[in-house]
Design a protein around this ligand. Structure first.
Ligand SMILES: Nc1ncnc2c1ncn2[C@@H]1O[C@H](COP(=O)(O)OP(=O)(O)OP(=O)(O)O)[C@@H](O)[C@H]1O
Ligand SMILES: [Mg+2]
Length: 334
């Protein structure tokens, strides 16, 4: 069946500090990931603040153009601008954003957003058809048009409003939903409710999700696959359960050691507080984690680690095959 989405060696550079004196930083550095077409999944992309999660999302959503590599959706390469049909793309790929109060204007009833999506992207020919589509989508997220009609965003809780924005996305019958920190602004008690909905929609409608988060507990709960990013590079990828239960990369191990509770964020945990050499770390051309890695050896500063394929599905970018050998390398002087 092939791939629904193939991200192949994607790169995004930004200039920081002005055009003349600024320097280049690589926010996403040769990331490759894919989602199969025949098996809908929830792929979580996790990593601490600034590791490139949103930049990667924006490239998938065609908000940013990659500076290198390829993104291929349904066999169509984003680089092929002539073959790009915006309407088809917007139907197939829908975004969900972090703060639902920013997705809906405070001065416009929220149901009007659903009708306009139904008319512009889902073929509703009149108001009655638009309302029928809106109601159907709202029912898939546990709400209904009866409850939502004529109300404004302020009349809903963050969790309810996020469900409405998910309903809006569903109207186009997308194949892929890109959700960038969709529960970060939601009350802790409602986070699980939203991520549970992703699972339901995956199973009911065959929608794949890319779920961006630094909330490890929801990632663990909801994901089929997890990709960990560190400073723009992919460092570990594989089935969620095996990554969470038996992390292979020293960085993932460090993260998993701090047992997550609902709502915990990595950056709040002492063990992984970022040192202030961030720019330099983005620029290094060997293993980006080496400066902080307890196992770093001379090998680690000689080049980028190759991908180690642990069992076909599981990949780790590290010079030390920690999970299969369970052997901690001798520390050499770095
Ligand atoms: N438009 C831009 N111009 C310059 N630098 C940018 C731009 N967008 C992102 N960056 C930089 O790229 C890096 C990655 O940013 P990105 O927003 O992708 O991180 P993130 O993983 O989404 O972080 P967070 O968890 O805080 O949302 C950061 O160092 C950021 O400052
Ligand atoms: Mg972000």
């Amino acid at each position: 069946m092939g791939e629904l989405l193939k991200i192949d060696g994607v790169v995004k550079n930004f200039r920081i500090g002005g055009m003349l004196r600024g320097k280049k930083m690589t926010a996403v550095d040769q990331v490759s990931l894919s989602i199969q077409a025949d098996k809908p999944v929830i792929l979580s992309i996790v990593g601490e603040s600034g590791c490139g999660k949103s930049t990667l999302c924006k490239m998938i959503l065609r908000i940013h153009n990659p500076d290198g590599g390829h993104i291929i959706l349904d066999g169509k390469d984003y680089a092929d601008k002539k073959g790009f049909d915006k309407m088809t793309f917007m139907k197939e790929v829908q975004p969900i954003f972090q703060n639902p109060y920013e997705s809906f204007s405070a001065r416009k009833a929220v149901d009007t957003y659903l009708y306009s999506t139904a008319k512009s992207l889902a073929g509703a020919k009149n108001q009655a058809e638009a309302e029928a589509k809106a109601d159907e989508a709202l029912k898939s997220v546990g709400m209904s048009l009866e409850v939502v009609k004529g109300k404004y965003s302020a009349q809903f809780s963050g969790g309810e409003l996020q469900r409405i924005s998910i309903a809006r996305a569903l109207i186009t019958r997308p194949k892929l939903i890109i959700a960038d920190e969709p529960v970060a602004a939601i009350d802790a008690s409602m986070k699980m409710n939203i991520v549970n909905l992703f699972k339901d929609l995956r199973d009911k409608f065959g929608i794949s999700f890319i779920y961006i988060t630094h909330d490890l507990s929801t990632a663990y709960y909801v994901s089929d696959y997890i990709a960990t990013l560190y400073r723009g590079t992919l460092i570990e990828y594989g089935p969620a359960k095996s990554i969470m239960d038996d992390p292979a990369h020293p960085y993932t191990q460090l993260l998993m050691d701090a047992v997550p509770k609902v709502g915990d964020k990595w950056k709040e945990q002492d063990a992984i507080v970022m040192p202030d050499f961030e720019d330099r770390e983005f620029a290094i051309d060997y293993c980006k984690f080496a400066p902080r890695c307890p196992y770093a050896t001379d090998t680690c500063i000689k080049g980028r680690p190759q991908c180690i394929d642990l069992n076909g599905e599981r990949k780790v970018w590290c010079f030390h095959d920690l999970i299969t050998t369970k052997k901690v390398p001798e520390k050499e002087s770095v």
